[in-house]
Design a protein around this ligand. Structure first.
Ligand code: ADP
Ligand code: ADP
Ligand code: ZN
Length: 215
């Protein structure tokens, strides 16, 4: 099964994608993670993406579509893809349709995570992650069971993203409403769209997500 998680920064896409990876053996395809890896490696793609990401704007469609196209050639995609943070524009959605049909893959569901913008500023500002395994945490909403120790891997090193500050989040929310929310009317008429309550607690969101995928 291949799915898209659609929602603004902070909606909980990455959190839920990791749960589906663990519980259903699917693979998370986060274009944000792919672009951050490119920035860290200092590649040409990374050099082009860095400043745009720091400003909370969208990286060019051509660049992102190229990255996704390459990723879809990896064999693990057969386990079922969870697109997290892609597509983000109409052009990307059209490119994804074309890529999937070229590779004989189907799109089974697009799940909209409905949330309030104001809460997203708080969620993103309080976000951090394990530096070793990437498990996501939040200063108040999701703290490690043992203070300072990752629940998933035991590491004691954590990291914050440079773009996870209140000012940049606001630009990212504007980008979401202007460029990504219109995808709801792209997927709606195609019969793929399901909506769940992203404001609920993490466990409840997982329950609704699974119900949407299984229903
Ligand atoms: P996204 O990938 O959509 O940008 P994340 O999954 O990284 O969002 O979640 C953003 C922040 O909010 C993280 O710090 C995460 O721990 C926290 N979070 C995720 N889901 C919820 C939820 N349902 N309720 C409260 N906090 C949440
Ligand atoms: P979040 O889930 O918190 O919105 P992401 O990790 O998905 O953050 O994305 C971080 C940044 O990477 C975005 O603000 C944007 O600059 C860039 N980016 C990620 N995915 C895309 C995409 N599909 N199209 C364009 N830019 C992207
Ligand atoms: Zn960890």
């Amino acid at each position: 099964m291949n799915i898209i998680l659609l929602g603004p920064p902070g909606a909980g896409k990455g959190t839920q994608a990791r749960i589906l990876e663990t519980e259903r053996g699917m693979v998370q395809l986060s274009t944000g993670d792919m672009l951050r890896a490119a920035v860290a490696s200092g590649s040409d793609i990374g050099k082009q993406a860095k400043a745009v990401m720091e400003q909370g704007q969208l990286v060019s469609d051509e660049l992102v579509i190229g990255v996704v196209s390459e990723r879809l050639d990896q064999p693990d995609v057969a386990k079922g893809a969870i697109f997290d943070g892609f597509p983000r524009t109409a052009k990307q959605a059209e490119a994804l349709d074309a890529l999937l049909s070229q590779k004989s893959l189907a799109l089974d569901a697009v799940v909209e995570m409905k949330v309030d913008d104001e809460e997203m500023v708080d969620r993103v500002s309080g976000r951090y992650a394990c530096g070793k395994c990437g498990e996501g945490y939040h200063d108040r909403n999701k703290i490690p069971k043992v203070a300072g120790v990752c629940d998933a891997c035991g590491s004691t090193e954590f990291k914050r993203r440079p773009d996870d500050n209140a000012e940049t989040v606001r630009s990212r929310l504007v980008a979401y409403h202007e460029q990504t929310a219109p995808l709801l009317s792209y997927y709606g008429p195609r019969g793929k769209l399901k909506s769940i309550d992203g404001m609920a607690a993490i466990d409840e969101v997982t329950r609704q997500l699974k119900a949407a995928l299984d229903g």
